[in-house]
Design a protein around this ligand. Sequence first.
Ligand code: KG4
Ligand code: ZN
Length: 342
Amino acid sequence: MKILAIESSCDETAAAIIEDGRHILSNIVDSQVETHALYGGVVPEIASRRHMEAVVRVIDLALREANMDASDVDAVAATCAPGLIGALLVGANFGKSLAYSLQKPFIPVHHIRGHIAANYLVFSELKPPFLTLVASGGHSLLVLVRDYTSFEILGGTRDDAAGEAFDKVARVLGVGYPGGPKIDTMARGGDASKYPLPHSKVKDAPLDFSFSGLKTAVINLAHNAEQKGETIDKPALAAAFCAAVVDTLVPRLELAIDQTGVRDVVCAGGVAANSWLRKALHEMAARRKIQLYLPPLHLCGDNAAMIGSQAYYEFQAGNLGTTLQNAFATAEISEKICQKIS
Ligand code: KG4
Ligand code: ZN
């Protein structure tokens, strides 16, 4: 089954053709990063307009790269939640209309389910059940993937997502948008022990965590130094921040492994590209002798291939969108967005 998938939930307009949920026939990503970098972050209305301009082009490219016509497609899928609503509406409505005109099924896909499914595209042996650490710009979650379309949230952030914290710290350190990759690079060679940073705990919820205290500590440190005319050792502060994020996420994942007894572990989302996190996860997996799956860097960030993969399993489960399908800025990973009411 060949699915044409569209992703437009934030600042990437993407289209891909995926066969049977596991094989990438084409994968086109048109990034708006340079545009939003001018403003230090994503400007929602500009993002929507750029999706409008790019959507037809990326779909044409995805079809051409897969040597297909639109009529060869068996179904059309699009991210319908969560994300920037104006941005989502562009891809979701285009996808729904294209499916309608082709008289093919339309499959609405949850963006975070898609991030997890990115792993199916590279690890043919990976099958649920498994544990997932999701760390993206908008979400940080520990999820038990019971089946391809059945998810249980075990824990998550009470405030900022990991990627959001990276982006805010990057802004304070003056390295621009998007912050995560820049902080990651800056932290290389930095002395992580130079700046002690706080580690949060959520009372009575050991699998939950928080990044806002950590983020505020970095912001205060930078501002205090500025007021005193002191120079911040940016690589050291970036390294201390990366280490603190890792120390927040990895022990919770280990606790989830202990609590569930599940020994297949997946990481997903933009922050899964972070070199500190990847190293710590590899070390933890070796120490505990668990099976770790980390997506390659090009499938960590937003793309449509991951949406096409998850769409295949949504199709198998009968989770199809009708012509009334809407898009939603928020939706739990456990929700069926094909049945969600606006
Ligand atoms: O999953 P994603 O592409 O989009 C959302 O669904 O939010 O994640 C984007 C986030 C951004 O906050 C970006 O700064 C962060 O992932 N990110 C990183 C790295 N690469 C991307 N954070 C830390 N280290 C990285 N190497
Ligand atoms: Zn994403």
